[in-house]
Write a protein that binds this ligand. Structure first.
Ligand SMILES: Cc1cc2nc3c(=O)[nH]c(=O)nc-3n(C[C@H](O)[C@H](O)[C@H](O)COP(=O)(O)OP(=O)(O)OC[C@H]3O[C@@H](n4cnc5c(N)ncnc54)[C@H](O)[C@@H]3O)c2cc1C
Length: 481
């Protein structure tokens, strides 16, 4: 798949972005061979680290003239292989672009370059009592560009929505290197909504260089509780019951016993390692509203079988609970060298049945699974734990992963809640959509990027999956072909 990029062209890139920001040597490029989905890999032919929107535009113009593929990249924390250059090409990493151009508390707006991390935006807005409300667990590392490209969610998505709900406008470089603005500085745009076509398009339609984000007030009151159960299914019933009572908590996060034990062993947070499930409930809003909902939830829980319930008494109690949840995936590293994290969505009412089916699939393939769920919005992250050096295990993981995604579809759900399709779920796109629908999506991609230069081979399973040389090096297609 390697593309030969001439010394002259490399020199031209160096003139645009500076010699140090063009990575040519193999050891430097290997760093960019995959994202956090490590099953699939591919070394980029060149890595470019531009420093501004104008530089991105010049780089894309030049690459486009030479028909070079461009794989946009933020921090590489994606979990669907979106930033993995498995077909080679140029990796365009935006991590040097982290300027905050404007914070406008009157308009509740912040204007940033998209290489900035999610958490840095909220930190900068804190002094105005404002925050960027979308909080993926990867927020310390993941970039606003990656969040926009994946339409990332987070623990508080249940109430505040995904990233797309908080983006008013973007400055994007298109496939011929023009700088275009979609949406506007503040308020939702009233023009043709191309902005929300680009949000969630996983780097296939353009390079998002700047964003106008809507920032919101930090809630007046926050209450966080931990509830322990002796079965995951019991916890699932509680989740449905809370919502059925008309309460939309800020967060309803569920983790299973495997994850509780790994997290406690890693961080010593005082979690109950005898429990089969831990539900984290967070309420936020005005003091009155939070007080009422807290009373209601305490009452609802008396009607269910629980081991214990505790409302956080101090800020440090609350921080510990969130540390447990947000470090859950990292803790799983102590159980196995590799984890394959899924991202299916099911209707919330089917949570208990989905949990049981996922366990059956893992047992059938003799795999250990850890479950971390954004339970409130039915977004499941079962993590299949394995050791990649064991010869047959990867096949079992990929087949089990596919079966779990098909269960989500069968239960009336979708393939992805927040991690995107990337290359991880290419196969299942044909299960989720008709060929006419996929062709229609491809037509839209062709309008934005007629020569298929931006993130080729991602999201759309086109051309046909098996027998195509471009996907030969993807482990999952070796299984099926
Ligand atoms: C421990 C852990 C926890 C996670 N928790 C969450 C979570 O709670 N919620 C969630 O939604 N995700 C989560 N993720 C997944 C991941 O962090 C998100 O998908 C995040 O949005 C990716 O951002 P990134 O900067 O790392 O992007 P990358 O991984 O670098 O790229 C992701 C995709 O975006 C494209 N892209 C990146 N930047 C741009 C740009 N500027 N313009 C156009 N396209 C671009 C890439 O081509 C790729 O397709 C988690 C990942 C890990 C490892």
């Amino acid at each position: 798949m390697t593309t030969i990029i001439s010394a002259l062209l490399i020199k031209s890139f160096q003139q645009i972005i500076g010699e140090n920001n063009v990575l040519i040597d193999l050891p430097d490029r290997i760093v960019y061979e995959c994202d956090a989905e490590t099953v699939d890999q591919g070394i980029p032919d060149l890595v470019l680290l531009p420093g501004s929107t104008a530089e991105v535009a010049q780089v894309v113009r030049l690459a486009s003239q030479h028909q070079l593929k461009i794989i946009p990249r933020g921090a590489g924390t994606g979990l669907s292989g979106g930033a993995t250059p498995y077909l080679g090409g140029i990796c365009l990493a935006l991590t040097r672009m982290k300027k905050i151009m404007e914070i406008n508390p009157q308009l509740n707006m912040v204007h940033v370059e998209t290489g900035i991390t999610n958490v840095e935006v909220s930190k900068a807005c804190l002094r105005y009592g404002l925050q960027f409300p979308c909080d993926p667990s990867s927020q310390l590392a993941s970039t606003i560009g990656g969040n926009i490209a994946e339409n990332a969610g987070g623990a508080h998505t249940l109430k505040c929505g995904t990233t797309g709900a908080h983006v008013n406008g973007i400055v994007m470089v298109n496939a011929i290197g023009d700088i275009v603005t979609l949406g506007q500085k503040f308020n939702n745009p009233l023009d043709l909504d191309f902005l929300h076509l680009v949000i969630g398009s996983e780097g296939t339609l353009g390079i998002v260089c700047e964003a106008y984000l809507n920032i919101t007030a930090i809630p007046q009151s926050i209450e966080t509780a931990v509830v322990y159960f002796d079965s995951l299914e019991q916890a699932a019933y509680v989740v449905s019951d809370i919502i059925a009572h008309g309460i939309i908590p800020g967060a309803l996060e569920l983790i299973d016993d495997v994850t509780i034990k790994a997290t406690e062993a890693s961080f010593n947070l005082g979690l109950n390692t005898e429990a089969e499930a831990m539900l984290l409930i967070e309420l936020d809003g005005s003091c009155n509203r939070v007080f009422t909902e807290k009373t209601q939830i305490t009452e609802i829980l008396t009607q269910h079988t629980i081991i214990s319930m505790q409302w956080a008494k101090t800020a440090s109690d609350r921080q510990n609970l969130w540390k447990a949840r947000k470090s859950a995936f990292a803790s799983l590293g102590r159980l196995a060298s590799h984890g394959y994290v899924l991202d299916g969505v099911i209707p919330r009412s089917k949570l208990a049945i989905a949990i049981s089916l996922i366990r059956q699939i893992a047992n059938k393939h003799d795999l250990k699974v850890a479950n971390v769920y954004h339970a409130g919005d039915g977004n499941l992250h079962p993590c299949l734990l394995f050791n990649k050096s064991n010869p047959n295990v990867l096949n079992r993981v990929l087949i089990a992963a596919r079966e779990i995604l098909l269960v989500c579809l069968d239960l009336g759900g979708t393939l992805s809640g927040e991690h995107g399709i990337g290359l991880e779920k290419l196969w299942e796109m044909n299960d989720a959509f008709t060929s006419d629908t996929i062709d229609f999506m491809q037509t839209i991609k062709n309008v934005f990027d007629p020569r298929d230069l931006f993130n080729p081979g991602k999201v759309l399973p086109n051309p046909k999956l098996c027998g195509e040389s471009r996907i030969d090096n993807l482990a999952r297609f070796k299984l099926s072909c």
